[in-house]
Design a binder for this molecule. Structure first.
Ligand SMILES: [Fe+2]
Length: 386
């Protein structure tokens, strides 16, 4: 789906909300309300003429339009989403091509006054053929996984946008950070309910867009580790954002170095070794006051024994999140195929990590990761190293 379709779905939702608010302020028959209905109807007709169908789904705090999460609207219309699901008992709203203006009026009634308990009866009574309302979607394991997978692809896109902003040498906006916040929190809520999901999501790999997928994978593996050691949700949210942004400094590393098959020479290594500091520098200018992403970027290549980079004094105390992210980083990198190497089977990766426990990695987290991998069914373990 193109960006313009996404924008249209965002605008139509704003119109839908505008119509409901206008009807609340004025009367349903007031010219202002009629105008708002007309605006929504026209926007819908134009969209449906090209795309045929538009479906909004309300899933907890998330607004999903034709399978895409709308992070900004999820935040802005949080209260509305809650009222729809809990008071109106509406979980989805779909429009199809051929929509009539009177049907938009029925939608307004449904959102303003409810549908009286029975959606099917209400649909028949209002003779609706191009509008379908669905009940709230009960959270179960299957829908939880679907939400997490949508949030995963949303996070890939949001990170693509973050990278493009930094490449343009522009500062990150509060909105971009809120978007990352909505998507990581959607993933972490599902991982809290089902820890195995962390590694199942991290088995999504991309050969062509390694860095983007790697960032999101490190994020979900870190969340999984955080959940397994019992971190509370507000702390997990901070860990998730820090993990997602840990490698931002790699934007300054030329692609030929990042993708070089084989070993880097000394000048190339010098450039590579700068990425934690470069990332920390970028993140220090981030809006808001959270310093954790900056700390994690600075420390994630430091190793548990502090023999990595950047060089620090031996009494340096590494933040536990940096150790979690370091482990997630190694695990994802080793289980992914690159231009110069095959993915390494999970068992071999675990053996390597056990060997590095107390050296590159914090031994406590290595044990936790091993338990997470062991808890996965065999086929998922095979997939994780595919
Ligand atoms: Fe890194």
């Amino acid at each position: 789906m193109s960006d313009s379709a996404l924008e249209q779905m965002q605008v139509i939702f704003v119109h839908l909300n505008g119509m409901i608010r206008t009807a609340n302020l004025y009367q349903p028959a007031h010219p202002q309300t009629r105008k708002a209905k007309q605006v929504l109807f026209e926007a819908l007709t134009a969209f449906l003429g090209t795309h045929g169908k538009l479906m909004y789904r309300f899933m907890g705090d998330l607004l999903i339009a034709n399978d895409r999460i709308l992070p900004r609207e999820s935040l802005v219309y949080r209260r509305f989403l809650d009222v729809c699901q809990t008071e109106r008992r509406i979980g989805s709203l779909a429009f199809t091509n051929g929509l009539e203006e009177r049907e938009v009026g029925s939608v307004l009634e449904a959102f303003a006054d409810g549908v009286g308990g029975n959606l099917t009866e209400w649909t028949v009574r209002n003779r609706l053929t191009h509008v379908t309302l669905g009940p709230p979607i009960e959270a179960d394991k299957q829908s939880g996984e679907a939400i997490a997978r949508r949030a995963y692809s949303g996070a890939i896109e949001a990170m693509r946008d973050v990278e493009a902003t930094i490449r343009r040498r522009e500062p990150l906006s509060m909105e971009q950070l809120s978007t990352l916040g909505v998507l990581t929190s959607a993933m972490l809520q599902q991982i809290v309910a089902d820890t195995g999901l962390a590694l199942r999501l991290a088995s999504i790999k991309s050969y062509d867009e390694y860095t983007l997928y790697h960032s999101v994978n490190v994020c979900v593996i870190s969340i999984g580790l955080g959940v397994a050691i019992g971190l509370p949700e507000n702390i997990l949210r901070e860990l998730a954002i820090a993990a997602l942004l840990h490698d931002l400094g790699k934007i300054a590393v030329p692609l030929e170095i990042l993708r070089k098959p084989g070993l880097l020479d000394e000048p190339e290594w010098r450039i590579m070794r700068r990425h934690p500091v470069r990332g920390a520098d970028l993140l220090s200018r981030m809006p808001g006051s959270n310093r954790l992403p900056m700390i994690v970027s600075f420390e994630h290549q430091m190793r548990y024994d502090l023999k990595g980079y950047p060089f620090v004094r031996e009494d340096w105390i590494q933040h536990p999140f940096s150790r979690i992210v370091c482990l997630a980083d190694i695990f994802d990198a080793m289980t992914t195929r690159r231009a110069y190497k095959q993915a390494i089977p999970t068992e071999k990766v675990l053996a390597y990590l056990r060997d590095e426990a107390g050296k590159a990695c914090d031994p406590r987290f290595v044990t936790v990761l091993e338990q997470m991998v062991r808890a996965l069914p065999a086929e998922a373990t095979a997939e994780a190293s595919a």
